[in-house]
Design a protein around this ligand. Structure first.
Ligand code: MN
Length: 239
């Protein structure tokens, strides 16, 4: 049987009808499966087994979700910070650090990209509207009111990056974030930015271990089939 890459996906926690449940969004799983990967859920209850999970997984996929607790990057919570989940933060930060140490590839979407950045010593804007100082005179709307499957803003893509190979110098993406990477983590380079300068993508400086985007290809793929290429890129690198 053909070996298919095993992709560890840390689960979120939600309370539904009075019961706490682990969850991973269907669209995230679909992107991995369509690309030829085998998704495996990693629950925060199993945090003691992190080393084992990293060992059995060929790659890790950090998905979208709540805000990273700012104490993990050395800040107190801003009043506009949103919901956070300390169990998921601890799980994902430890997974990312372990994966980094042993050279396992990582892919992050939205919060996932922010978690990887935090694990590498970077920081986040806790709320773009109140904190962004890049080109603040023309900050664009990054939490779109439009449906998630529709694109609303452009990203400029840097040459000689994995993203450039897929999309060229400019692409139209969706945007469902009020936070973003502020100080970029060690060993990472910016691959995409919005017109206001907000960081929309990064990868390892050598283009290998880490690959992240701030937008949601798993949702946008419903109207832009080329968004599947991001998942394919991650899985093909492992295969
Ligand atoms: Mn955006």
């Amino acid at each position: 049987m053909l070996k298919k890459p095993i992709i560890g996906i840390p689960a979120g926690i939600m309370t539904s009808r009075g019961t706490k449940r682990y969850y991973i969004n269907e669209a995230d799983v679909r992107g991995i499966v369509k690309a030829g990967g085998t998704p495996v859920m990693i629950p925060s209850e199993a945090i003691a087994d992190i080393d084992y999970y990293v060992k059995i997984c060929d790659g890790l996929f950090f998905t979208g979700g709540p805000d990273v607790l700012p104490t993990f990057y050395g800040e107190e919570p801003h009043t506009k910070m949103g919901f956070s989940d300390i169990q998921r933060d601890r799980l994902e930060l430890r997974l990312a650090k372990k994966a980094l140490a042993v050279g396992k590839p990582m892919f992050g979407i939205c919060r996932g990209m922010q978690v990887i950045n935090t694990a590498l010593g970077g920081t986040l804007y806790q709320d773009l509207d109140s904190e962004y100082d890049g080109n603040a005179d023309y900050l664009i709307k990054h939490f779109q009111a439009a449906p998630s499957a529709e694109p609303t803003h452009y990203v400029k893509i840097e040459p000689e990056t994995r993203l450039y190979k897929l999309y060229g110098s400019r692409w139209l993406v969706n945007s469902r974030h009020h936070q973003a990477v502020k100080k970029i983590g060690a060993g990472l380079k910016i691959t995409a930015t919005a017109s206001d300068g907000v960081i929309e993508g990064f990868e390892s400086e050598n283009g290998k271990q880490i690959f992240g985007v701030q937008w949601h290809p798993e949702m946008l793929v419903a109207t832009d089939e080329k968004m599947q290429l991001i998942f394919n890129e991650f899985i093909n690198y492992l295969a």
